[in-house]
Design a binder for this molecule. Structure first.
Ligand SMILES: NC(=O)C1=CN([C@@H]2O[C@H](COP(=O)(O)OP(=O)(O)OC[C@H]3O[C@@H](n4cnc5c(N)ncnc54)[C@H](O)[C@@H]3O)[C@@H](O)[C@H]2O)C=CC1
Ligand SMILES: CC(=O)C(=O)O
Ligand SMILES: [Mg+2]
Length: 587
């Protein structure tokens, strides 16, 4: 074919975002078809060659933020290549698009912004939300919403919080294969309590203080209705709200929604906790947990551990008493003299005999806990003294510093290992490197909701669930705990290798779908009769594969790609296609 020939068809073409059109892996025939012939350098390049260039470019960037920006650019210009690169390097790249780097990116969002990557809806837009949603050009299956009011452990960052929905949804695509063009990062601009941002000339949100709780509720009522009207079947994840409880209460039985910080975090920690309990050698009934931080994540985690204890045969009243919470005012007790937020009351102690504990160290002496959880946003709070105490009390202390990003982690992996003589059962919210200790290579667990939210979302989408029930959330935890392979179990890991996240997400998705069916909230009866094996195959088939994007490609184009690769009519994936491409000479 000569470059001057017209393409064989005007439409339909690759329509996702057209960002894959300039992919240098396309053959001359495909370029002709896409009308990109001559607009792309002549050589046809395999993914391996493309990846080599991307990784070299990434290595040339000296700071995490520069690397983050390069990956934002890659996603905007070649979405499939971005996801191929991410799939092949998930362990190395996740810290650059998610915690910890996304934390710094959000803090500096107003300085580093180059292009919009989602929707912004402001309080002043109320009354028109449904109409504004029409401006989003694609069909949406999954949205992540934040109001930016508690971004990781970094406080209220207003609309700078957009990095979080963008990062979470990139993981939805990378980990569970939700199509990138079916995701909507959504930031609602309800004002911010962050005065410095309000006064910064580069800040891109409203320069007003945060609206009241009543105003927020009215706005969210309109938004939830608008979203489900515009995209019936949409799954809505709430993320990083300072006070997430009213929305959970109000919407969980009305819409297909969940809150990731309360419910997703609870599930991921139960998933690892089940394995930690087994490894600790201490039966569930003998565990005692001290939590530093009694916010949405802390209470969400503890509530789900209570559910686990109950399933282990421990009565609820006894299970509830296994928790001691410390917040910024000390041990949470019923008689400490301040008005407790409603979510803390369930775990507030009434057996403290009037004694109030301000110091974590003294509380540890008093409780003698087997478990220490950190969801406090206080970096370094698990200091040498605290860790040493935990090691003195327990053979295998459970140490979970879960605050994000890394700077807010209550301790590092190295500190936990060193001060517990390598005996701790450890998971942190942000990743830490493996370390050598006592002649062994020790690898930390990452107790981050990224292990479950992709499967919760995909399970709800596939089963067309009317609601995300608590059983679906709990099922994600149980499924996660069973997803470790023999080697991971033998090595004493609490969570599976993140490099297997797509396999793990299939297991989690299946568990979530089965729970939806059990609760009768599913709307795809055909899936009920499938065996687990067949359901897994169905889930995998449904997942977007950046190496072999079959959707939104016309038959003609698919044929053209397959012909070029010598795989006519087959869907063997990019590797097959790439091998073919490498052999085909450019014109
Ligand atoms: N690993 C994971 O998957 C997740 C981690 N997180 C992290 O958990 C942290 C907390 O999140 P939320 O509970 O939503 O925030 P939050 O603001 O609702 O709660 C923070 C809690 O820490 C307490 N606190 C603050 N200063 C303290 C101090 N000096 N001593 C003792 N307690 C203190 C507060 O009183 C409050 O109870 C954040 O860093 C967040 O990034 C949250 C969700 C998921
Ligand atoms: C991981 C997460 O959701 C958080 O730190 O808020
Ligand atoms: Mg969060």
């Amino acid at each position: 074919m000569s470059p001057s020939q017209t393409p064989r068809s005007e439409s339909p073409r690759l329509i996702s975002t057209a960002t894959g059109d300039y992919d240098t892996s396309h053959t001359p025939e495909v370029r002709q078809y896409l009308k990109t012939y001559g607009l792309v350098p002549p050589a046809v390049q395999s993914f391996e060659v493309q990846a080599e260039r991307c990784l070299k470019l990434l290595a040339m960037k000296t700071t995490p933020i520069e690397k983050f920006q390069y990956l934002v650019h890659l996603k905007a210009t070649n979405v499939h290549l971005f996801y191929r690169l991410l799939a092949e390097n998930i362990k190395e790249l996740t810290p650059l698009i998610y915690t910890p780097t996304v934390g710094e990116a959000c803090v500096r969002w107003h300085e580093i912004f180059t292009q919009p990557e989602g929707m912004y809806l402001s309080y002043s837009d109320r009354g028109n939300l449904r109409q504004i949603l029409n401006n989003w050009p694609q069909n949406v299956e999954m949205t992540v919403i934040t109001d930016g009011s508690r971004i990781l452990g970094l406080g209220d960052l207003g609309v700078n919080g957009m990095g979080i929905p963008v990062g979470k949804l990139a993981l939805y695509t990378a980990c569970a294969g939700i199509r990138p063009d079916a995701t909507l990062p959504l930031t609602i601009d309800l004002g911010t309590s962050n005065k410095a941002l309000r006064e910064d000339p580069l800040y891109m949100g409203s320069r007003t203080p945060k609206v009241s709780a009543d105003e927020e509720r009215e706005f969210l009522d309109e938004l939830m209705e608008a979203l489900t009207d515009r995209w019936p079947g949409i799954v809505i994840q709430f993320e990083d709200f300072k006070n997430p409880f009213p929305a959970i209460e109000r919407y969980q039985n009305k819409y297909t929604m969940f809150n990731d910080d309360v419910q997703g975090t609870g599930a991921v920690i139960v998933g690892g906790f089940i394995n930690a309990v087994k490894a600790s050698g201490v039966p569930a009934k003998d565990h005692r947990a001290v939590f530093l931080g009694a916010g949405s994540a802390g209470v969400g985690v503890a509530k789900q551990i209570v559910e686990y204890f109950i399933k282990e045969g421990i009565p609820e009243e006894e299970a509830r008493k296994k928790f001691w919470f410390v917040d910024s005012n000390g041990l949470v007790t019923l008689d400490r003299g301040d008005k407790l937020a409603e979510h803390k009351v369930y775990f507030a102690r009434d057996d403290n005999n009037g004694r109030q504990y301000q110091s974590l160290a003294r509380l540890i002496d008093y409780v003698q806990p087997t478990i220490l959880m950190g969801l406090s946003t206080i970096g370094g709070a698990f200091n040498r003294d605290i860790l040493t105490k935990m090691a003195q009390i327990n053979d295998r202390p459970v140490i979970f510093p879960l605050s994000n990003p890394s700077s807010k982690s209550e301790c590092t992996f190295e500190e936990a290992v060193r001060h517990t003589e390598g005996r701790c059962l450890f998971a942190s919210g942000s990743p830490f490197p493996s370390i050598e200790f006592g002649g062994k290579l020790l690898t930390p667990g990452q107790g981050n909701n990224m292990y479950v939210f992709p499967g919760i979302g995909l399970g709800a989408i596939i089963s067309k669930a009317t609601n995300v029930t608590q059983d679906m959330i709990y099922a994600s935890a149980e499924s996660l705990s069973t997803s470790l392979n023999e080697q991971e179990i033998a090595d004493g890991w609490l969570y599976p290798d993140i490099r297997r996240i797509r396999e793990v997400s299939v297991v989690v998705t299946r568990g979530v779908i089965r729970a939806a069916q059990k609760n009768g909230v599913d709307r795809v009866p055909e899936l009920r009769t499938l065996s687990d094996e067949k359901l897994d195959a169905y889930i995998k088939e449904r997942m977007y594969d950046p190496f072999n994007d079959k959707e939104h490609i016309s038959e003609e184009l698919a044929q053209l790609m397959a012909t070029a690769s010598g795989l006519s009519g087959s869907t063997h994936g990019i590797n097959g296609i790439v091998n073919g491409l490498q052999q085909s000479a450019h014109l």
